[in-house]
Design a protein around this ligand. Structure first.
Ligand SMILES: [Ca+2]
Ligand SMILES: [Ca+2]
Length: 421
């Protein structure tokens, strides 16, 4: 829970009291003079020999998306805009930096906090170092104090899109049209889904047949080789998704549990999915849900459906101009066979490797920088999904664990849920 700002209230003045005009009536007599002299020494703060100062307290706060508001160990600099004199204080555990004796005037307040990857993981759930800064200018320090200011840190986005759930096993008996992917904005900024691509990577998921062999591209750790690529329509400023927000991408956007074309054994309703992977070809046999908009089919090797292996697909999210990706013939295939599309790892935002079972590691398709491990289900048509584990849960969002290793980032679940939680 975020702590409320302790400075959203007026604090009674507790500093030295200013001198009040002296009543002539009270000036009569030596006793009165002595009294005034003593009182002045004790309580009057504007005697000509001292400079009146004020206490300034700066509350440093993390950006709103962080799990706590108070930012400890921030470097806070208070600089006079008149004399350029500066003083530096480190914020305490409550995120407060106290400047105990500040000469009244006009000040600039700056705050900086470097988060290590480990600290960033603690505060945001995303393991990536970040520089946070705040700047307040032309702030007046006057009166009797303490004077309070709030400096809210801002920084570049940490994290990005992640695949937060993937349902690929299909449901009993042998129904595979209900596959879906949930992708989540796991960052601290609004992200735009326009142009975002979801790709299924070439290669078998394990020793499915005696002749099954790992992908021939396994030694290329700098690219992935896509059998199919789907793209969310629109430009890079379209389809905003707030931090923690998700999109559901369906193979077919119907309520699979109740639709006449569905399967009563399916666990999912995809009638309100955000996007659908409709195979838009002249002889299409795919189902085009009228309630769910279609993604663009950038590449497809075969098939009348946007089916991925029920034994376990390797799925990536990618960005960039697909026209810059090279089409490659699979080694051993005839030159006329449909190619795969080579995507540089620099264009890959996130990826998950699902293989047939725990013994299928030799069949990995994704480079270790995208997914150093793999996940798996207990079998095909088991109506199971793999779901990314929660790293941090705040009042208003979930931040998923993303160490680029699906062996630890994902868990197998029996309740595929497009709009989880
Ligand atoms: Ca549709
Ligand atoms: Ca990742």
């Amino acid at each position: 829970m975020r702590a409320s700002n302790p400075f959203n209230r007026l604090v009674p003045a507790s500093g030295p009291v200013p001198c009040t005009p002296r009543s002539p009536a009270r000036m009569r007599g030596a006793l009165a003079l002595l009294f005034v002299a003593l009182a002045g020494l004790a309580a009057c703060s504007d005697s000509p020999t001292e400079v009146r100062t004020v206490e300034v307290r700066v509350q440093v706060e993390f950006p709103a998306s962080f799990v706590q508001s108070a930012a400890p160990n921030a470097t806070v600099v208070l600089r006079s805009q008149e004399t350029a004199q500066a003083d530096t204080v480190i914020s305490d555990a409550a995120g407060i930096a106290v400047f105990s004796s500040v000469v009244p005037g006009t000040y600039e307040i700056s705050a900086n906090r470097s988060l290590s990857a480990a600290e960033s993981l603690q505060f945001t759930g995303i393991e990536e170092g970040v520089e946070l800064n705040a700047l307040l200018t032309s702030r007046q320090v006057s009166g009797t104090g303490p004077i309070e200011f709030t400096a809210t840190l801002q920084g570049s986005a940490v994290g990005s899109w992640v695949i937060s759930e993937m349902y690929y096993t299909g449901s009993p008996d042998f129904y595979f049209f209900d596959q879906f992917y949930r992708i989540t904005n796991n960052s601290t900024d609004t992200l735009y889904a326009g142009g975002l691509m979801l790709a299924s990577i070439h290669g078998v998921s394990g020793q499915i047949n005696p002749s099954s062999e790992p992908t021939p591209f396994q030694n290329d750790q700098d690219h992935v080789y896509a059998a199919a690529i789907w793209r969310i329509p629109g430009g890079p400023d379209e389809h905003p998704v707030p931090p923690g927000g998700s999109l559901v991408i369906a193979q077919q956007g119907i309520d699979h549990r109740s639709d006449p074309d569905g399967n009563p054994n399916s666990p999912v309703d995809l009638g309100d999915a955000d996007w659908e992977m409709y195979v838009d070809v002249p002889d299409s046999r795919d189902l085009d849900s009228p309630t769910v908009p279609n993604m663009e089919m950038v590449h497809r090797r075969f098939g009348f459906y946007a089916l991925v292996p029920v034994f376990g697909p390797a799925i990536v999210l990618a960005e960039g101009d697909p026209d810059t990706f090279e089409a490659v013939t699979i080694p051993g295939d005839s030159p006329t066979s449909p190619p795969v599309i080579r995507i540089p790892v620099q264009n890959v935002i996130d990826g998950v490797e699902a293989l047939q079972n725990e013994n299928s590691g030799a069949f990995k398709r994704l480079p270790a920088s995208i997914d150093a491990g793999f996940t798996f289900a207990s079998g095909i048509y088991t109506a199971q999904a793999v779901r990314r584990r929660v790293q941090v849960e705040t009042d208003d969002r979930i931040i998923y664990r993303d160490t680029n290793n699906s062996s630890s980032d994902f868990e197998l679940v029996d309740n595929p849920t497009p709009r989880w939680p």
